[in-house]
Design a protein around this ligand. Structure first.
Ligand SMILES: C[S@@+](CC[C@H](N)C(=O)[O-])C[C@H]1O[C@@H](n2cnc3c(N)ncnc32)[C@H](O)[C@@H]1O
Length: 298
C-alpha cells in the first residue's frame, strides 16, 4: 500500500485477487467513487470476494495476461489507472484445498491449475506424457532442482508400470529417487519439483511476460507498477522489463545509430529490491522468498 499510494477516487488493478487482502485494502482506500479491477483465474477466489459485496470492485475470472481485453470489456475506452499490482504464485487457500493438488502433504489428484481443473494442461498429463528430457528441463529450470535427472528417471520408470495419478504417488516417487543422504532435513524433497510443475502447468512466466507491457499501457503518468514475485526467473522478467522501459534506446549495442525510437516510460522506485523483514517472515513464513519491485510511469 505504501508503494501503490492509493488515494480517494483512484482506479487500481489487482491482477492476483487471491484471498482478497490487497483488493479489500485498495477498495477501502479509494472509496465509493474509485474502482478496483480485481482479476483471478480461480473461480473460488472470485466467489469469495463477491460475497463481500464491495460496490467499487470489478471482479473478473480470467488470466491477467489478457489485461487489455479485460479492460476493453469492462471499462470505457481510453480509461487509465493509478496503479497495478501482482502478488504472484498461489494463494494459501489454494495450497490448503486438498482437491487442487498443490500440496505434496496431501494425497489428491495431480492438477495444480489456477483455473478450473480439466481445462488446461494438468500436472497429471505432464507427468504421464512428457518425454524424460522435457521433465528434466522443467524440474531444473523452474524448480532449480539439482536432482532433476534422478527424479525424471524415477517418474518414467514408475509410469511404465502404472499411470501416476495423485500427489501422494508423485511425492513418494521423488522421495525414492533422491538418495536419503542428499535430502535436506528442512525442505521436503518434493518441494522444488512441485513448484516447477505448477509454473509449467499454469504457464506462469509467459503470463507475466505478457502482462507487463499491457499494464504499462493503461497506467496514468505517475501511476505505479508493484510486482511481488517468489521465484528468481519471475524476478528476472520484472527486472529486465523495468530496466528496458527506463531506457530511451533499446537497439542492440552493435547498432551505432538508434533505429528503435523507443522512449523511456518508467522510473524505477525501488533501486534495491524490497525483501520481507525478519519480523514479517516470523509472522508469515510463506513470505520468505518474496521479492518486491516498484516502478512509476513517467
Ligand atoms: C499469492 S495469491 C494472491 C494473494 C492476494 N494478494 C491476497 O491479498 O490474498 C496469487 C493469486 O493469483 C492467481 N493467479 C496466478 N496467476 C494468475 C494469472 N496468470 N491470472 C490470473 N490469476 C492468477 C492465483 O490463482 C492466486 O489466487
Amino acid at each position: 500500500m505504501e508503494y501503490l499510494q492509493p488515494k480517494k477516487d483512484g482506479y487500481f488493478i489487482d491482477g492476483t485477487l487471491g484471498g482478497g487482502g490487497y483488493t479489500s485494502a485498495l477498495s477501502k482506500a479509494v472509496g465509493e467513487n474509485g474502482k478496483i479491477l480485481a482479476i483471478d483465474l480461480d473461480e473460488q477466489a472470485i466467489a469469495n470476494t463477491a460475497k463481500k459485496n464491495l460496490n467499487n470492485l470489478v471482479l473478473v475470472q480470467d488470466n491477467f495476461s489478457n489485461l487489455s481485453s479485460i479492460i476493453e470489456n469492462n471499462f470505457a475506452q481510453g480509461i487509465l489507472f493509478d496503479g497495478f499490482v501482482l502478488d504472484l504464485g498461489l494463494s494459501s487457500f489454494q495450497l490448503a484445498d486438498t482437491r487442487r493438488g498443490f500440496s505434496f502433504r496431501e494425497d489428491s489428484p495431480l492438477d495444480m491449475s489456477f483455473g478450473s481443473s480439466g481445462e488446461d494442461e494438468t500436472t497429471r498429463k505432464i507427468i504421464n506424457n512428457w518425454r524424460e528430457e522435457d521433465l528434466v528441463k522443467i524440474f531444473f529450470t523452474y524448480g532449480e532442482e539439482k536432482h532433476a535427472r534422478r527424479i525424471a528417471k524415477g517418474i518414467v520408470e514408475r509410469r511404465r508400470l502404472a499411470r501416476i495419478e495423485t500427489t501422494g504417488d508423485l511425492a513418494e516417487i521423488i522421495k525414492k529417487a533422491i538418495p536419503r543422504r542428499l535430502c535436506s532435513e528442512k525442505v521436503h524433497p518434493a518441494t522444488k519439483t512441485f513448484q516447477a510443475l505448477r509454473i509449467a502447468v499454469n504457464h506462469e512466466l509467459e503470463s507475466l511476460e505478457k502482462v507487463l507491457p499491457q499494464a504499462l499501457a493503461v497506467l496514468k503518468s505517475g501511476g505505479r507498477i508493484v510486482i511481488i514475485s517468489f521465484h528468481s526467473l519471475e524476478d528476472r522478467i520484472v527486472k529486465d522489463f523495468f530496466r528496458e522501459q527506463t531506457r530511451d534506446c533499446i537497439c542492440p549495442p552493435e547498432i551505432p545509430l538508434c533505429r528503435c525510437s523507443h522512449r523511456a516510460s518508467l522510473k524505477i522506485i525501488t533501486k534495491k529490491i524490497i525483501l520481507p523483514s525478519e519480523e514479517e517472515i516470523k509472522i508469515n513464513p510463506r513470505s520468505r522468498s518474496a521479492k518486491m519491485r516498484v516502478a512509476e510511469k513517467i
